[in-house]
Write a protein that binds this ligand. Structure first.
Ligand SMILES: [Zn+2]
Length: 254
């Protein structure tokens, strides 16, 4: 049986833990080969409150934090690209897309995960990764694209965007856009992996831990908001897209 593989494409160390930490831990625990590409070292972020390092040390510290989060979540492979935090909207888009194409062709995943067009928090780096990843999902499959990479084309089966349903956005007063509830393809209950998600967010990404996801909520409401991770199926290759699914690998031949 072919090994199942999932590749997440994100902008900063901690995006993976905060947004899809439960999903990554779940699939890693099921034996899926889970890999990540993170475009920057997050050096424009906080050094912690109180500071845990100097701004000069922050890129290295956040790299180690990502490594620790991956260990907690069971993510086997991760790669940091050398882009500067906060600059992705200004970089050569073809080059960024090419780096993500390289990653898809190397990892050869069935499932690719990335931000939706709202970039979760409208962060320009997140939105840029969204567009580059969406293009890379198609271009990785095209042997005519980026031939100079010397890598054989790879047709990933599914591209998902992380998202939040509008009903939840309204219920928790989330400050950023979601998508209509009926556009949510998969709502994954990650309660069994919530402890891993919280440890990756708080104990691994320590410099960012003072800025808790859904910090405006009561503890009960936070628990609800963190316990389900939502995905929109944005594109498929070789399989019929379904409106609603239970599992990111649904419909993919093992
Ligand atoms: Zn981010």
């Amino acid at each position: 049986m072919a090994e199942r593989a999932l590749l997440g494409l994100f902008a900063h160390p901690d995006d993976e833990s905060r947004i899809v930490g439960g999903t990554l831990a779940r699939y890693a625990g099921e034996g899926v080969r889970v890999s990540l590409v993170v475009a920057t070292r997050g050096e424009a972020g906080s050094c912690g409150e109180p500071p845990l390092c100097t701004p000069e040390e922050l890129p290295r510290v956040r790299e180690r934090e990502l490594a620790e989060a991956c260990r907690i979540l069971g993510v086997r492979e991760w790669q940091l690209l050398d882009y500067r935090d906060g600059t992705l909207a200004d970089v050569d888009r073809g080059e960024l897309t090419g780096q993500l194409v390289t990653a898809i062709r190397r990892v050869r995943p069935g499932v690719v995960l990335t931000f939706g067009p709202e970039g979760r928090t409208l962060h320009a780096d997140h939105i840029t990764v969204h567009y580059a990843a969406t293009a890379a999902f198609e271009l990785a499959a095209d042997p005519m694209a980026y031939p100079e990479q010397g890598l054989s084309a790879h047709t990933a089966s599914k591209l998902y965007y992380t998202t939040l349903p509008e009903s939840l956005v309204h219920a928790i007063n989330w400050a950023y856009p979601g998508i209509p509830d009926d556009q949510v393809t998969v709502a994954l209950d990650v309660r069994p992996w919530l402890d891993q998600k919280k440890r990756a967010t708080n104990e691994a990404h320590r410099t960012q831990a003072h800025d808790q996801p859904f910090a405006n909520l009561t503890e009960d409401a936070r628990w609800v908001a963190l316990s389900t991770e939502y995905f929109h199926l944005a594109a498929t290759h070789g399989i019929e897209p379904a409106a609603h699914e239970e599992d990111l690998f649904e419909g993919i031949e093992p």
